[in-house]
Design a protein around this ligand. Structure first.
Ligand SMILES: [Ca+2]
Ligand SMILES: [Ca+2]
Length: 304
């Protein structure tokens, strides 16, 4: 086999079979670095982009830009603004059927506190889902698309996880109030919620690890350890991996947890801020934001 053909063969083999963490990894001390097939920059604007997420079919990405919700094609083309209030909107998430987008906004309280809202994917029909005077934020959909898991700020720095039904608007408390729980994300089978938790209400939230809570019980299982800020966990659609943001490298980077064996893999290695990871529908790529060029933009890392 000629060298060029051999390289192509190896590339194809890695693309099909070498998905991190199942193979092809490099070991660099106590943690593993996950090799990337490529990194794709999807925005290049002076405004800050945050919280990107895919539509269920992988064709669209919704995100926050300068305090409003935007949408674009998966290759970064056709960027379009969806919300235009005088206040702020953020953290957009497509419903499982792709027809709705959940987000949080402080527009109903004229900027005083955050509520959960939904809108259709064109941004035209909106519905306020929570009306509490606390802060209701960071909602992710439960499988089935009838409920949203979100975190509710009950004190200055303490949060609990609740579900809200988008039709009845009724709340169901998930966590028990004994610790500070944030950033809930459902497992694809709906049986567990992963969240970021601290033992107490820490002002700076510098020590938060990942836990799962079985839906409908208080059974908690700790998944990450150490005095780090492990934030924004997202379950892979194939159910096998968690991606999250952590400062365990000394600065914020994107990490991957293999649920089969608890192994951790570092995805980004820049000394800049890498934040807000979200899986592609095929569980092979991770969306995130980085300020590696000096401003926050959206990137996609394709795993080997
Ligand atoms: Ca930007
Ligand atoms: Ca970094």
């Amino acid at each position: 086999m000629k060298t060029k053909e051999k390289s192509l063969f190896i590339l194809c083999f890695l693309t099909v079979f070498g998905l991190c963490p199942s193979g092809g990894r490099l070991s660099t001390g106590p943690e593993n670095i996950c090799p990337l097939a490529r990194t794709i920059r999807l925005t290049a604007t002076p405004e800050d982009e945050f919280y990107p997420s895919f539509s269920p079919d992988g064709k669209r990405i919704t995100f926050e830009r300068a305090g409003h919700i935007w949408i674009m094609d998966a290759d970064g083309k056709n960027q379009q603004q969806l919300t235009f209030s005088d206040y702020a909107e953020g953290f957009p998430r497509f419903s499982p059927d792709g027809k709705l987008i959940a987000y949080h906004s402080n527009s109903a309280s004229l900027g005083i506190n955050w509520d959960i809202w939904i809108m259709d994917k064109d941004g035209e029909l909106t519905k306020q889902i929570t009306r509490d005077k606390g802060n209701d934020e960071f909602a992710n959909w439960a499988p089935g698309g009838k409920n949203l898991a979100f975190h509710y700020r009950r004190s200055s720095f303490g949060h609990e996880i609740y579900l809200v039904n988008i039709e009845t608007l009724e709340w169901l408390q998930i966590t028990d109030g004994k610790q500070n729980d944030e950033f809930p994300f459902f497992s694809p089978d709906g049986k567990n919620i992963i969240l970021s938790s601290a033992k107490s209400d820490q002002e700076e939230k510098t020590e938060m690890n990942l836990f799962t809570v079985a839906a409908g019980s208080q059974n908690r299982k700790q998944l990450t350890y150490g005095k780090y800020a492990d934030w924004f966990p997202a379950w892979s659609p194939d159910g096998k991996k968690i991606t999250f943001q952590s400062n365990r490298s000394g600065n914020n980077d994107i990490w991957l947890l293999d649920l089969a064996n608890g192994e951790l893999f570092q995805i980004t290695t820049d000394t800049s801020d890498e934040l807000h990871p979200f899986w592609s529908p095929d569980s092979k790529s991770i969306l995130y934001v980085s300020n590696r060029t000096g401003e926050y933009d959206i990137y996609l890392d394709v795993l080997k």
